[in-house]
Design a protein around this ligand. Sequence first.
Ligand SMILES: NC(=O)c1ccc[n+]([C@@H]2O[C@H](COP(=O)([O-])OP(=O)(O)OC[C@H]3O[C@@H](n4cnc5c(N)ncnc54)[C@H](OP(=O)(O)O)[C@@H]3O)[C@@H](O)[C@H]2O)c1
Length: 364
Amino acid sequence: MSIYVQTDLVVVAISGYAKDMHSAKTSRRGPAGRRLTMRTDAPANVADGPGVVDALLDRTILFSFDRSGFQRHARRFRPDDLAVDLTGRVCLVTGANAGIGFAVAAALAERGGTVWLLCRDRRRGQAAVTAIRERTGNRHVHLGVVDVASLASVHAFVERFTPARVDVLIHNAGVLPATRQETADGIELTLATNVVGPFLLTHLLRERLAAAADGRVIFVSSGGMYTQRLALDDLQWKQRAFDGVTAYAQTKRMQVILTELFAKRWSKTGIAFHSMHPGWVDTPGVRGSLPRFWQLMRRRLRTLDEGADTVVWLAVAPPVAPSGRFWFDRAPQPTHLLPFTRERSADRAGLWRRCLRLAELDKV
Ligand SMILES: NC(=O)c1ccc[n+]([C@@H]2O[C@H](COP(=O)([O-])OP(=O)(O)OC[C@H]3O[C@@H](n4cnc5c(N)ncnc54)[C@H](OP(=O)(O)O)[C@@H]3O)[C@@H](O)[C@H]2O)c1
């Protein structure tokens, strides 16, 4: 599965950039290289920040996104944060029949939540629901058949969905197609799945998220977004050769920006927005579709539960403020490691307008 090729490439790319930029800054300004540091400016509810060795290891990316990075970072986790009873709380997870989404849904079900697995394939989705029910003993685990890349499917799901309140909405479903494909709505598939569908679903659930005392929306982004600057000129990849890795990383950058925009524009709703990246995770797709990558990296990849950890933490732990930040291993991260990836505020506003148009929300 191409997501993982991308993950691999991104790590190489970021490591290379980080090294270059760090040595450039070192020679120009001394040893700080601050902008490239994986900052962990912990908020009040996150235990001790990293020491010098940890900060240096984080800078390598390799020893941060991998399993050793998780284990190192986990030393500052507060175990009680996840000791939460979710009984009565309604949690929605897209792309929950496999990989990280499955682990997230299982963790939420384990804590007693009413968990909806939003999956595009009924058979695979039902198998996941059955597996989670059996594993957790929680009968409040349900399937919602929805293709997040289809506007009609998202609308149809929300119309059928009866709960009056949504406590947690997790945008986990993601794709990285090798070739340019268009959905029935005429939207390039990566953009439709990773951005437009989640944008529409969030809008359609707005009142129900606001009805929750502590409504939360979480975007599962990727470290790949660090390589990209938001580019709006050819969102649909109609004017150039399609590059799946770049298209994917662009949409992951958009998720992070949209999280910030939602947090600001919807601040009066009381809904909190977070984005995060999971590091490198050993999902079934890695083993099945990328045996060479898996062979090379298998001792370094995170487990599903490790990949799911920060998503679950953002969903259940005591609220973290402010809303709109980007997280990794339960710590807030900078959204840029490289100065040239910073977008203009006009482009941020442009992204919002384009999403409204593509999701056909401008007609409402
Ligand atoms: N694994 C990593 O190392 C890694 C690194 C960085 C970021 N991420 C992000 O983490 C998220 C989960 O990744 P993963 O590794 O767990 O991927 P995965 O194993 O491929 O699982 C992806 C899930 O999304 C579902 N999905 C895809 N398109 C969908 C659609 N249109 N509607 C509904 N569901 C859809 C898939 O369903 P089907 O079974 O029907 O295909 C599957 O359940 C993604 O957003 C990815 O970008 C992962």
